[in-house]
Write a protein that binds this ligand. Structure first.
Ligand SMILES: Nc1nc2c(c(=O)[nH]1)N=C([C@H](O)[C@@H](O)CO)CN2
Length: 118
């Protein structure tokens, strides 16, 4: 099993997120960090973009999905983004951290982290 990965770090997305009623009427920022298992050797040896896990396409798909949904918990965002990455991009294993930096004024950040496999 390869230990190769493709990373997306600090992907900022604005969406409707939160469990309280007041949060359902505003937009807030989430920041996503992803570590996706991918064998980088075929792309590295061929220089062929078709063989890589295209972080631009993955980022665009996540941004589109998260922006156009309404969520309660950041845990749900993490689960659904994990399924998107696994199902739409044939990733076998993904680790995702979802941060909601504005949630707790006294805290620099709050976040959840999950790891899911196909
Ligand atoms: N583990 C979690 N705890 C909380 C969440 C969450 O998404 N996951 N959300 C909230 C509220 O929406 C909060 O962000 C409002 O400040 C509370 N706890």
């Amino acid at each position: 099993m390869t230990k190769d990965c493709v990373f997306i770090e600090g992907l900022a997305v604005i969406t409707t997120i939160g469990v309280y009623e007041w949060e359902k009427t505003i937009k807030q920022k989430l920041v996503l960090d992803l570590e996706m298992a991918w064998d980088n050797r075929p792309a590295g040896l061929s220089d062929n973009v078709e063989l890589c896990l295209d972080y631009a396409k993955v980022s665009q798909a996540i941004e589109h999905y998260v922006t156009h949904q309404q969520f309660g918990l950041i845990e749900r965002v993490a689960e659904e983004v994990a399924q998107l990455v696994i199902n739409d991009f044939s990733v076998s294993r993904v680790k995702i951290k979802v941060s909601k930096p504005g949630a707790i004024p006294a805290a620099q950040n709050v976040a959840v982290m999950i790891e899911r496999q196909r």
